[in-house]
Design a protein around this ligand. Structure first.
Ligand code: ATP
Ligand code: MG
Ligand code: MG
Length: 560
């Protein structure tokens, strides 16, 4: 029936309104909008957008929405948000948006399928899906031809048009590529390219009772958009022959023109103790094992963001992984280290007390206070200092006091001296217990000549320094401490029941205190001295009630 399309008719060139510059690299990030993006996607985003940026090309954001049942606008919105947050942009050098939807190409895909049928490259098979599967053969046995394989093209075309018109029920027939049932590559044994699905689509509505299979749709999407490098994960390596077969046929038929895209594969990113399968992540959400897609324990970009991860840290993490052709599992500590490396030079320092116990400076006057000073960031002198008041009644960490000191314990115990950081050296003089035998108060005397920053500061040598906050000035905060969500190092491996390995102690909430200078309106990330990196919870924290998430500890605690 002659040439259907001349040149590259793709929506990219139509919407962009100018011929594509073929000298330039064009990549795409093609998520299916059936869930929120996770760290594995971040790897793919950094790779695709990074290549385009490094080579002066463009990366498209394309929603691969050919699977109507599981897709939703909520996911589209969350993906757009996550890609932007990571710091990437899908506009080309002339500021034309390269955000596309596979569903916008349904008509092209349909027309191309008709062309394939007319040329004898596709046929309607009326076997049931089970029969087709049984006839596909195995790795060692060739497949068997369908009884419908050699039906006249006109018959297939008529049936295909009836399928499109909605005249046939789901599963009653399918369009298959006509390649080779004896191919050693099972993916070339006449793969199904269109199936009947009377399903509502979140964008195309009820316009289509048939939907293209991913393996058919994806190469066409790439070609229509003028993609040069179609980068996917290794499990699609066996699909590359079909990708190339389809490109070649559609080029012969004049549906597509050279240059055609090429597929390249790289290894999936797997992280220890982390699930990165959207299906499993969805299950965690729908079965309420977590509070939502953005639960700070989730490896989704929304969850990591809420937990306090920065886009820079995630990009740094992805860059450090490099691009590999062989599967490996990355230790979660690599991600944590990327955050520390990003925040250490810039994050405001603050003191927090997570498990408070009272400390009374018995020789300091009641009701009196003086101001101590500490650097906002010790690496950045321009950042200036922060102030916090010292007085008679303080909060310290319960763990910084022992009734009886074990070996090498240099903090508070009766008779011992420590420095209150940024303030005075104190000597512990006693403690008080409640009726249950729990220590509720520690007493100490301060040494007035030892104030930090004064000439006498070093007159008394001590081995330990502890953090503290003035009781009268401390701000209360709810602080959420997280541990890994799974206790198994490979929770998403094969047939493992991943839900059986959920860590029951993955979140611990404490009521603590933070120093008065901490300002959640001004900063969003802090390094709490000795405790780790923290961020205000974007959902639950308010000016009236601070809610903080620990993003990560200061040192790697995963190996232990
Ligand atoms: P999932 O199995 O979690 O559903 P997917 O690959 O089906 O993942 P898509 O939305 O199709 O999810 O993924 C969009 C892109 O992200 C694809 O190009 C895919 O290769 C890439 N991607 C997904 N997961 C990973 C991963 N763990 N490592 C690297 N790339 C990934
Ligand atoms: Mg996919
Ligand atoms: Mg998937």
């Amino acid at each position: 029936s002659g040439k259907r399309w001349s040149g590259r008719p793709g929506p990219a060139s139509e919407q962009a309104g100018a011929p594509l510059d073929n000298a330039r690299i064009r990549t795409r990030f093609p998520p299916e909008p059936n869930g929120y993006l996770h760290l594995g996607h971040a790897k793919s985003i950094c790779l695709n957008f990074g290549l385009a940026r490094d080579y002066g090309g463009t990366c498209h954001l394309r929603f691969d929405d050919t699977n109507p049942e599981k897709e939703d606008q909520e996911y589209v919105d969350s993906i757009i948000d996550a890609v932007r947050w990571l710091g990437f942009d899908w506009h080309d050098d002339q500021n034309r948006s390269c955000l596309f939807y596979a569903s916008d190409y349904f008509e092209y895909m349909y027309q191309f399928a008709e062309a394939l049928i007319e040329a004898g490259h596709a046929y309607i098979d009326q076997q049931s899906p089970d029969e087709m599967r049984a006839m596909r053969g195995t790795l060692t046995e060739p497949g068997t031809d369908s009884p419908w394989r050699n039906r006249p093209e006109a018959e297939s075309l008529a049936l295909f048009r009836e399928m499109r018109a909605g005249k046939h029920p789901d599963g009653s027939m399918a369009l298959r590529a006509r390649i080779d049932m004896a191919s050693p590559n099972i993916n070339l044994r006449d793969p199904v390219i269109y199936r009947i699905r009377h399903a509502h689509h979140h964008r195309s509505g009820d316009a289509w009772p048939i939907y293209p299979m991913y393996t058919y749709a994806h190469p066409i999407e790439d070609a229509l958009e003028g993609i040069t490098h179609s980068i996917c994960t290794l499990e699609f390596e066996d699909q590359r022959p079909f990708y190339d077969w389809l490109m070649a046929r559609l080029a012969e038929l004049g549906c597509l023109s050279e240059p055609l895209p090429h597929q390249y594969e790289f290894a999936r990113m797997n992280l220890s103790y982390v699930v990165t399968s959207k299906r499993k992540l969805r299950q965690l959400v729908t079965e309420s094992h977590v509070s939502g897609w953005d639960d700070p324990r989730m490896p989704t970009l929304a969850g990591l963001r809420r937990r306090g991860y920065t886009p820079t840290a995630i990009r740094l993490f992805c860059d450090r992984l490099g691009v590999s052709k062989s599967d490996s599992r990355i230790d979660y500590s690599v991600l944590e280290q990327a955050l520390r490396d990003d925040l250490d030079p810039v994050a405001a320092r603050a003191v927090a007390i997570l498990d408070p116990i009272r400390l009374v400076i018995t020789n300091y006057p009641e009701g009196q206070h003086e101001t101590c000073h500490a650097p906002r960031n010790p690496h950045d002198h321009d950042a200036g200092t922060r102030e916090f008041p010292f007085g008679r009644m303080l909060w310290i960490e319960r763990d910084d006091f022992r009734e009886e000191a074990p070996k090498k314990f240099f903090r508070l115990f009766p008779g011992n001296m420590v420095r209150l950081k940024y303030a005075y050296v104190i000597r512990c003089t006693g403690f008080t217990k409640d009726a249950h035998g729990n220590v509720v108060e520690v007493q100490a005397e301060y040494l007035p000549d030892t104030r930090s920053g004064t000439p006498g500061a070093d007159s008394v040598k001590v081995k330990g320094a502890i953090t503290w906050i003035s009781q009268a000035h401390a701000q209360p905060a709810e602080i959420r401490l997280y541990d890994r969500l799974f206790t198994h190092p490979h929770p998403d491996s094969g047939d493992l029941d991943f839900l059986a390995h959920i860590n029951p102690d993955s979140i611990r909430t404490v009521q603590g205190w933070v120093e008065p200078s901490l300002d959640a309106q001004q900063d969003s990330h802090w390094q709490f001295e000795r405790l780790g990196y923290f961020a205000a919870d974007s959902r639950d924290s308010t000016p009236e009630k601070l809610v903080l998430n620990r993003t990560t500890t200061l040192k790697d605690s995963w190996g232990k």
